[in-house]
Write a protein that binds this ligand. Structure first.
Ligand SMILES: *Cc1c(COP(=O)(O)O)cnc(C)c1O
Length: 379
């Protein structure tokens, strides 16, 4: 099946008892057994729930993976992946990444004896220098947040294979519509389902998709043992959101490309960060591994003053100033004071995250209206 067909049909079947075309919300904590141990595959909803099962199967199909697991948030999914490690293990991570990921690495798992190296990942040879016998995980985010750098997924996946290190891609920004990390040789794909997969700013959820049976069994054990599972109502909402993922992503990408062009020609804009621009340093890799360039972009203002960024963010009317991304409505944010405030200023500067940097999550409105809003807010 092609992507759009999978988005609508994969993992879901009409309800056998009624024919209901939409997966019911199985709002139940437990399931009746005929005699002890004699059940229909469902015992308790932390372990399994039919609405969640449908969503997990749908996500696995979209990422071309064998197994899908859903969690109460993207952070709960990250937490579960890190619980594959033990004290003494080392992780290599890209240095430009979601602030919450940086926080759970440095403020939670570092306290359990796991060592993290944060490095740029544009050159696999440089990454290889950090691999030693304790290295167990390589964490990628591409496009990165908020600088929209692109990592060559295949090159890093090959490195992982060569040294038997698990490779992970946080695929939140791209979604499986734009790139398929498992097909490029990565071991684990992780999502903040909260963003594009849900797509309507009404759910917080996370997911993990992978092919390895043993690792999947361990992660399923952790999902049940630690218990950060989503409820059936949220699973239903995401199943609904996924049905239009391909349509939404096309419009997100078209709108973002036009806005990137508009901004790059604006006299008050200093730099535009968008992998679809031919001036982007990783444009060629983006073109090779992504179907299109996504709905996220960032830009800086000439002079790099925090007050100018603030004024812009106060003046926008269609773009809402808010955390998060990937919904149908356009959002804007200021990473240095919002999503990335948990990263110390000197770490931010090392990663090239400027004070005036504004991040846009371009929605699916009419692009002419969005451009007009940006034009008047920049002034
Ligand atoms: C939002 C986000 C997360 C965290 O997910 P939550 O659902 O908010 O817990 C992780 N990675 C990326 C890239 C994100 O944008």
């Amino acid at each position: 099946m092609k992507f759009g067909t999978k988005a609508i049909h994969a993992g879901v079947e009409p309800d056998p008892s009624t024919g209901a075309i939409m997966t019911p919300v199985y709002q139940t904590s437990t399931y009746v057994q005929a005699s002890p141990g004699d059940h229909k595959g469902y015992e308790y909803s932390r372990t399994h729930n039919p609405t969640r099962t449908a969503l997990q199967n749908s996500l696995a199909a979209l990422e071309n993976g064998a197994y899908g697991l859903c969690f109460a948030s993207g952070m709960a999914a990250i937490d579960t992946i890190l619980k594959l490690l033990k004290p003494g293990d080392e992780v290599i991570s890209t240095n430009d990444l979601y602030g919450g990921t940086y926080r759970i690495f440095t403020k939670v798992f570092a306290h359990y004896g796991i060592k993290f190296h944060f490095i740029p990942m544009d050159n696999a040879k440089e990454v290889e220098k950090y691999i030693n016998s304790n290295t167990k995980l390589i964490w990628m985010e591409t496009p990165t947040n908020p600088l929209l750098n692109i990592i060559d997924i295949k090159a890093i996946a090959n490195l992982g294979k060569k040294h038997t290190v698990i490779t992970v891609v946080d695929n939140t920004f791209a979604t499986p519509y734009l790139q398929l990390p498992l097909d490029l040789g990565v071991d684990i794909v992780m999502h903040s389902v909260t963003k594009y997969l849900s797509g309507h700013s009404d759910v917080v959820m996370g997911a993990i998709i992978l092919n390895d049976k043993e690792v999947a069994a361990r992660l399923a054990f952790l999902q049940n043992a630690c218990g950060a599972v989503p409820g059936p109502q949220d699973c239903f909402l995401v199943l609904r959101g996924i049905k239009t993922l391909h349509l939404r992503m096309e419009r997100h990408c078209d709108n973002a490309a036009k806005i990137a062009q508009f901004l790059s020609e604006h006299p008050k804009v200093d730099k535009v960060y968008y992998p679809g621009l031919s001036t982007h340093p990783n444009h060629a890799i983006a073109q090779a591994q992504m179907k299109a360039f996504g709905g996220m972009l960032s830009f800086t203002l000439k002079g790099d003053k925090i007050e100018d960024a603030k004024r812009f963010l106060e003046r926008v009317e269609l773009f809402s100033l808010a955390e998060s991304l990937g919904g149908v409505e356009s959002l804007c944010g200021h990473p240095a004071t919002m999503t990335h405030a948990s990263i110390p200023k000197e770490e931010r500067e090392k990663a090239g995250l400027k004070d005036s940097l504004v991040r846009l999550s371009v929605g699916v409105e009419d692009v002419e209206d969005l451009i007009e809003d940006l034009r008047s807010a920049i002034g």
